[in-house]
Design a protein around this ligand. Structure first.
Ligand code: HEM
Length: 401
């Protein structure tokens, strides 16, 4: 089998394992260009320019309407979400936190919070161990959000990140997964059932039990400190912290393990090992091909004509970003992504991923640690995650060849 077909086969199986309808939905995207109404689903968009047009139109579309995920958070966390997600509060929050999410700060964060653990990863590989990269990725993303939120996990001093607290960080990831699982049910139905709301509140309370102390004492140059500065109460800050865990963990962990698999399956790891300066290309291609958020939803707030079709207030729009990003072909270090998809894997418009530099830095740090092992790797075993909101490997065991 050709390397590119092998890589595609694994990716397709991984998508199907996460939700059996995914491959069909994403294929549908190819005939939904630019936009098409599908009974039971709403408007489906498969064309990158139309997606960008919708994602940047704040006058006609919202992230918090019924049937899109923001609506669930509003039910779980409270009505303040409407303002904080799509109103003046959202604008203020983005403005106040912008300088916390620069490339430099992201690199420093990843080095501080995950550097020691990734060095142990390299050493384990060199010593001949088989390492589960999917599990490592979950631990690394747990470390990053714990640091961002100042959660005192397994240590009293943030400056002394120990490389051996894996179970505690897996715990953070698992809580994020539990909350995201609730969201999975609401992307296909317009109403959020009461039991989902109750379950969501329980998970948020568990997840944010440590946030209160940070909110009171956190320095001004931390995320919680900025929330306090902005006048957000503890309840709102806890809600935002929970959302950050959901947004920043599964997405990044998914991209990390899948990119390691893609480099192996396409046979392109040799080229990357020969020229580690191309890690940024591998990161970009990994994000394009995996597109960890394969579908972005919006709700129509006022009638609008898009690509000649009239969309009515209250209707739902699903943007199949995975289809759009993959229309240009498989993983290829030499591919220059066309301007219309770049970097649609992080969304577009006012909700463009706040943590994009952090996600990129995490992926880059993992690949750098892998290359530092100095020899090619092979995959000793893999298992796709079953019924997950974000398609991901449950297990990806690698060993040096
Ligand atoms: C490779 C990893 C990641 C991918 C592919 C990704 C993807 C996305 C996408 C597509 C959106 C837009 C969703 C929409 O418009 O409905 C988004 C929003 C967001 N992401 Fe990420 N993300 C990643 C990592 C992260 C990380 C590491 C963090 C935090 C540390 C983060 C925090 C956020 C936040 C807070 C938002 C909401 C922004 C807003 O509404 O203003 N993400 N992400």
């Amino acid at each position: 089998m050709r390397a590119v077909d092998l890589a595609r086969r694994h990716e397709t199986r991984l998508l199907a394992a996460s939700r059996p309808a995914f491959p069909a939905l994403l294929t549908l995207g190819r005939i939904a260009r630019p936009i098409r109404r599908i009974p039971g689903l709403g408007w489906v968009v498969g064309d990158p320019a139309t997606m960008r047009r919708i994602l940047t139109d704040r006058g006609h579309f919202t992230i918090v309407g019924e049937g899109v995920v923001g609506h669930l958070w509003a039910r779980v966390l409270g009505d303040w979400v409407y303002d904080m997600f799509d109103g003046a509060g959202h604008h203020a929050l983005r403005k106040t936190t912008r300088d916390l999410f620069t490339e430099d700060r992201a690199a420093a964060l990843v080095s501080r919070a995950a550097g020691p653990r990734l060095r142990r990863f390299t050493a384990d590989l060199v010593a001949g161990a088989t390492v589960d990269v999917a599990d490592l990725a979950r631990v690394v993303v747990g470390r990053i959000v714990a640091d961002l939120l100042g959660l005192p996990i397994g240590r009293s001093d943030r400056s002394r990140a120990r490389p051996d607290d894996d179970p505690a960080y897996r715990g953070i990831f698992d809580t994020g997964t539990a909350l995201a699982a609730l969201a999975a049910g609401t992307t296909t139905s317009a109403r959020v059932p009461e039991r989902t709301v109750v379950a969501g509140r329980t998970v948020v309370a568990r997840m944010t039990s440590e946030v209160a102390a940070g909110w009171r004492d956190a320095p001004d140059d931390t995320l919680l400190g900025r929330c306090r500065e902005l006048g957000l109460g503890l309840r709102e800050t806890e809600g935002l912290a929970a959302l950050l865990v959901v947004a920043g963990t599964q997405t990044t962990a998914s991209a990390m393990a899948r990119t390691v698999a893609l480099l192996h399956d396409t046979g392109q790891q040799g080229r990357l090992r020969a020229d580690p300066g191309r890690v940024a290309d591998a990161v970009r291609e990994g994000l394009r091909v995996t597109t960890p958020v394969p579908v972005i939803g919006r709700s129509v707030t006022a009638d609008v004509v898009i690509a000649g079709r009239r969309l009515r207030a209250g209707q739902r729009v699903l943007m199949l970003t995975h289809t759009a990003n993959n229309a240009y072909g498989g993983f290829d270090l030499d591919r220059v992504s066309p301007a219309d998809t770049r970097p649609l894997w992080f969304g577009a418009g006012n909700h463009f991923c706040l943590g994009a530099p952090v996600g990129r830095a995490e992926l880059s740090a993992l690949l750098t640690a892998l290359l530092a092992a100095g020899r090619p790797w092979r995959i000793a075993g893999r298992r796709y995650g079953s019924r997950t909101l974000i398609p991901a490997y449950d297990r990806l065991r690698i060993v040096l060849a």
